[in-house]
Design a protein around this ligand. Structure first.
Ligand code: SF4
Ligand code: SF4
Ligand code: SF4
Ligand code: FES
Length: 895
């Protein structure tokens, strides 16, 4: 059938004219007739059709009359041709469609009262619309329900064989986990090979199933659709910022549904380039943390050795008194604050205002410091903008994508679906450099396995190849002859052969990748954890900017250097100024104009220029006793950082540790006070996703127990400390931000930014260039590289309190290894090993994993049992203060 060309702007097809219901319509030759009809605004029935994938043509509902044909034709699979005369309405068509519905119902179980799709079923709608009343002779199929999957049940008695589930999985997600199989005399949907479903568990098949043949295990037989409150909000797991519907009943979350649905089937590829509306497993099945029994319901104060529940008033009085006392005795520099990038923009803004105005300190940081800040700082330094220049549409329509150090399917699954569409629909060349066999590398045109830790050298190789092959864009370099001369001098000592030996990338592949990137009209670089969370992340982003600059890809539409954010609001944390070096709007902390503006708006004096500490410096000052009180909002440094960061020693020394969180975390359990905060399902606000889109977070239910949104707690704290804040809602905070940062709330649209490297390339570029191409990571002495990273089924530690996700992705407590390495060490799945790094040893089991590259082993960063993170050394970026601790050399011995 092929792709639908009219909806792919890249496909050349003649423009034709045809007649639909007497009106002349223009279309591209060869497009699905159904698409042409729906583009006129006419909606005709279609049960097996969805615009996100190619037509299948099984349900017999989209019938139209085409002049010259005796019988009705299926418009979804018919191709539009010039001069076609088409009629979409009439009694003959109504009767033909009614017959199709009757045929489906003749083998339907009609168990609507106990079907989760009751009231949300296209077959019901079609029966109703066509007046089908004779249901007495329906034959049952008596197919046993397939309940083998962890999240979905398959009831094939209800299946209408529309193949939407199979097609979305194969076409859109490129996973291809489902198939039809003839079983018991019926064509049934089964997981490939009729095995228990083993896939990404995104649930998009569930979303597009027009009947109740696929059901959600987590919400089965609980409520009918109309009994639930449906709230449109933004996912709280990663920076993709997917829109979702939280369906709740009182203070219980029942299920999550997506904009992608069989109900939303009219559109075109221009729409899917911006996102197909689906969700990943975390978004769809990871909601159970919200109403978890483990949620904190009342404030806790330490009394003796115990944290005991107290009323809010008592907790707030105690906290305010102790903060005020410490500030009075030791000055504001003795106080610091950390906040998670899972908070809303409004809360992040209030947090930095609280720290700077109420506590009068600039010791503040967010979880964006764990990596994203490397990208923000490098991009801001070189291009004057601190975020990605491209949105999902640019990514989808790119002709060349270089993915380096990013296992996107695991960290940002819906961004990875954009690259899949770039591959499938727009025929992009995709080069993936990674030290693991990632899901995306299996689909890429150019998968390149690199040695662990060699990402920086790979970039050196790409820049060197671009210079050596003269792939430079004359326009871009001739304006900055000194900078280009400096870059050429910096890379002159590099040898592609030597880089090939150190990275594992053959010289020819360096040249090919550089050529693909340079010669494509729309080229995008996407770097992530393997760059920004590793040593030298800041300089490596600058080197990627060098590559984009010399090949003419800076500032050109559809081109640029991008990253992804792992938490939902890391970009917002930077934009709101939650960092000692930034003010709101990503203005420098020493930007006098912005300081004056804020001082006036806040009626306060800002902390002095030159003061302030970031995450690692805060912890150091806690250890030395300079910082005596720490306010931690949603962060959990004790469980996140390795033992070598000496977090416990830092926290133990504090006179006051206040933790504000929906759960009692490891850090909370040693705090002096713990305040119960709500999750994002119980509050309003906004997140800024990785594209720079500001997206609404909406309150879907009442707060659990006595928990309170973070912004309200911060307001109470500020007022307790002498401020007079009068925020009654998140909207009030938003109004203040709008005044300070005009244009920030361009809701739903990525704000257009124009990177400009002029100042950077004109001043002081040379010295920096020379230094960054001299930096070379050491190859390490131990035979294996231990890598900690993210799993698709989890996000930070938050997902580990979502039972559904734990069921899908449990902590096996075992280290994952490649089969060849296991064989080399005489290991089998389940064998025990001793893992030794420079920081210590650990005994644990081994698990076979094909995706782990040779000479590496992997452990998911979400789990601390056993404490693999404590084998890690920590390296703090001297420019940005970003701590890297996800990779280390290890020896592995069989026990
Ligand atoms: S859950 Fe997602 S990956 Fe699994 S079969 Fe359905 S569509 Fe495919
Ligand atoms: S399970 Fe649902 S989506 Fe899949 S073929 Fe059957 S009716 Fe269609
Ligand atoms: S975790 Fe990320 S990709 Fe998955 S649904 Fe949420 S925002 Fe989308
Ligand atoms: S929508 Fe065309 S046959 Fe089903």
């Amino acid at each position: 059938m092929g792709l639908k060309p009219a909806t792919n702007p890249d496909v050349e097809a003649a423009t034709i004219e045809l007649s639909i219901d007497g009106k002349t319509v223009t279309a591209k030759d060869g497009v699905s007739l159904y698409d042409v009809i729906s583009s006129t605004g006419k909606i005709i029935p279609a049960m097996c059709y969805h615009y996100t994938f190619d037509p299948f043509g099984s349900c017999g509902m989209c019938l139209v009359m085409q002049e010259g044909k005796k019988a009705p034709v299926r418009s979804c699979t018919a191709k539009a041709t010039a001069g076609m005369i088409v009629r979409t309405e009439g009694d003959d068509l109504f009767q033909a469609r009614k017959k199709a519905v009757e045929k489906h119902l003749s083998v339907h179980p009609l168990d609507c009262p106990v079907c989760d799709a009751d009231g949300h079923c296209e077959l019901q709608d079609m029966a109703f619309q066509h007046g089908v009343t004779n249901l007495a002779n329906a034959k049952q199929k008596f197919i046993p329900e397939d309940t083998r999957s962890l999240v979905l049940d398959f009831n094939m008695n209800r299946c209408i064989a529309c193949a939407e589930c199979i097609n979305v999985c194969k076409d859109v997600l490129m996973i291809d986990a489902l198939q039809f199989m003839k079983k018991g005399g019926f064509n049934q949907v089964v997981a490939k090979g009729d095995l228990p479903l083993a896939c990404e568990f995104c649930g998009d098949c569930l979303a597009v199933c027009p009947v109740g043949a696929i059901t959600n295990k987590f919400s089965k037989y609980l409520y009918k659709p109309w009994q639930m409150k449906k709230t449109t909000t933004t996912c709280n797991y990663c920076g993709d910022g997917c829109q979702m519907y939280l369906e709740t009943k009182d203070t219980e979350v029942i299920r999550v549904t997506s904009p992608l649905s069989w109900k939303n089937k009219w559109g075109d590829r221009a729409d899917t380039a911006k996102g197909h509306g689906g969700l990943c497993v975390r978004g769809r099945f990871g909601f159970e943390y919200i109403d978890s029994a483990a949620r904190l319901k009342r404030p806790l104060l330490r009394k003796g050795n115990q944290l005991v529940e107290v009323p809010w008033l008592e907790a707030m009085h105690a906290i305010v008194d102790r903060f005020a006392d410490i500030r009075k005795k030791h000055g504001p520099e003795a106080i610091a604050g950390l906040i998670t990038a899972r908070c809303t923009n409004e809360e992040l803004y209030l947090f930095q205002k609280l720290m700077r105005v109420a506590f009068r300190t600039n010791n503040l940081d967010s979880s964006a410091r764990y990596g994203h800040m490397n990208f923000v700082r490098a991009s801001k330094h070189a291009l004057g903008v601190g975020r990605t220049p491209n949105d999902w549409e640019d990514l989808t329509k790119a002709k060349a994508v270089v993915v380096i150090g990013s296992n996107l399917t695991e960290t940002n699954p819906l961004t990875s679906v954009r690259i899949k569409e770039a591959i499938r629909v727009y025929k992009a060349q995709v080069v993936v450099f990674d030290s693991a066999v990632t899901n995306l590398s299996k689909l890429a045109s150019h998968p390149v396995l690199i040695k662990p830790g060699s990402e920086g050298l790979v970039i050196d190789g790409l820049v060197k190849a671009a210079v050596e092959l003269d792939l430079v864009d004359e326009e871009s370099v001739k304006q900055y002859p000194q900078a280009y001369a400096a870059l050429k001098t910096a890379v002159a000592p590099l040898s592609l052969e030597q880089l090939a030996a150190r990275t594992g990338v053959p010289v020819a592949q360096f040249k090919e990748a550089a050529t693909i990137f340079a010669e494509s009209p729309r080229s995008i670089i996407l770097c992530a954890e393997g760059i920004v969370r590793q040593p030298d992340g800041y300089h490596n982003v600058l080197k990627l900017i060098d590559l984009a600059w010399i090949t003419g890809k800076l500032g050109r539409p559809g081109c640029g250097v991008n990253t992804v954010t792992e938490e939902p609001n890391e970009q917002g944390a930077a934009d709101m100024g939650v960092a000692p070096e930034f003010l709101p709007g990503l203005a420098s902390f020493d930007d006098q104009a912005m300081r004056d503006k804020l001082a006036k708006a806040w009626d306060a004096t800002l902390p002095a220029i030159g003061t302030g500490a970031h995450l690692m410096e805060i912890l150091k000052r806690c250890r030395t006793g300079q910082i005596r009180a720490l306010y931690v909002v949603g962060e959990n440094p004790l469980a996140t950082l390795p033992a070598s960061a000496e977090v416990r020693a830092a926290l133990d020394r504090l006179e006051l540790l206040v933790v504000q969180d929906p759960f009692l975390t490891e850090t909370g359990s040693i705090a002096h006070a713990v305040l119960p905060a709500t999750t994002s399902a119980e509050k309003d606000g906004t997140f800024t996703n990785l594209e720079g889109r500001v997206l609404r977070v909406r309150q879907a239910m009442d707060a659990i127990g006595e928990s309170v949104p973070d912004w309200q707690i911060m307001t109470a704290l500020a007022n307790g400390l002498g401020c007079q804040w009068e925020y009654d809602s998140a909207n009030d905070v938003q109004a203040e931000i709008m005044k300070l940062l005009p244009g920030y709330y361009n809701l739903g649209q990525p704000r257009k930014i124009t990177p400009t490297a002029h100042t950077y390339l004109s001043n002081g570029y040379a010295a920096g260039a020379a230094a960054r191409y001299k930096r070379a990571p050491s190859d390490g002495q131990r035979p294996f590289t231990l890598q900690m990273g993210q799993l698709l089924y989890h996000s930070g530690k938050l997902s580990t309190v979502a039972p559904g996700l734990i069921k899908i992705g449990p902590n096996t407590g075992r280290i994952r290894m490649n089969p060849a390495d296991m064989e080399g060490l005489g290991l089998q799945d389940g064998s025990s090993v001793k893992l030794t790094s420079d920081r210590g040893s650990l005994q644990m089991g081994v698990q076979l994993d094909q995706s782990v590259a040779p000479h590496t082993c992997f452990f998911p960063e979400h789990f601390n049992e056993p404490p693999v993170k404590d084998l890690m050394s920590i390296h703090v970026d001297p420019v940005t203060g970003v701590p890297s601790f996800k990779r280390t050399g290890v020896s592995i011995e069989k026990l």
